[in-house]
Unconditional design. Structure first.
Length: 137
């Protein structure tokens, strides 16, 4: 069945987001706080970093939910698959652009961030559809 390998993939990606989110959050709180403190826009960069970490960690929950629906072979698996890909792309675009923006100071990357946010919203919408179609309770 197609859903099981995708469920494992999303489960692994969610776990990786957890690992990276905690590690990058600690890195920002300890290593970058001092480095950014010397920059004129250091407080703003640290804020971007913290936002990226928060969104990465929050959306791993959605990815775990999509994985769970797929692993159960529940109705709504198609919507859960789309949700999983939306969360994956959304975190890369949203958090990834903020991480790079914080490290580099390239503010134009802020134009990418909303596309990630839209993908994250689409992911949650797809989970609503999966639930509506009968995801297991």
């Amino acid at each position: 069945m197609y859903a099981r390998p995708v469920a494992r993939l999303f489960f692994g990606i969610a776990a990786l987001h957890g690992l990276l989110g905690v590690g990058l959050g600690a890195f920002g709180a300890h290593a970058l706080r001092n480095r950014f403190g010397a920059l004129d826009d250091g407080a703003k960069r640290l804020e971007w970093w913290q936002t990226a970490t928060t969104y990465q960690l929050v959306h791993l929950v959605g990815l775990f939910a999509a994985s769970w629906v797929l692993a159960r072979g529940a109705a709504g698996a198609g919507a859960a698959t789309v949700a999983g890909w939306c969360f994956t792309v959304g975190v890369v675009l949203f958090s990834g652009s903020l991480y790079v923006m914080a490290l580099s100071g390239l503010r134009w990357l802020g134009a990418v961030t909303p596309f990630g946010g839209l993908a994250l919203l689409a992911g949650w919408t797809c989970l609503v559809v999966a639930a509506w179609r009968g995801a297991p309770g």
